[in-house]
Design a protein around this ligand. Sequence first.
Ligand SMILES: [Zn+2]
Ligand SMILES: [Zn+2]
Length: 136
Amino acid sequence: MLKKRVEELPKCDFANLAPCEPPCSGLAQYDAPVSGRTSWAFMCEGHYKMFGNKSMENISYELVHGIAEPLEGDAVEGIEPNLEENIEYWENVILDGIREITCPECGEERRVEPDATGIFNCDGCGIKIKCPEPPM
Ligand SMILES: [Zn+2]
Ligand SMILES: [Zn+2]
């Protein structure tokens, strides 16, 4: 199952068609091929169990609600001076409480908390950037 991030969950295409278990919330959790057909549909968990084509799971999507935290997938490591090369930078991090992570793709800088970890979207070009591990 692949994952796809969506800002808004679409409606379940089978919401009014048949009761399902767990009961249909009206919102889809999957975007997947329909069993016995060539078409795709948005389906809640219960309706995916009933109508989803499980043999196509490798190309089906599980929908992930929200945009705040991009998926890890193809994130690239952000650029930041390391402690040996640039001790001044890290002294300033301690004084100012701000790190500066540079996008390797477009050079856009993002200011983050000293203990920041995880993934963010570059404001300049939109790629996923992974915060380097802080040295302390
Ligand atoms: Zn449903
Ligand atoms: Zn960028």
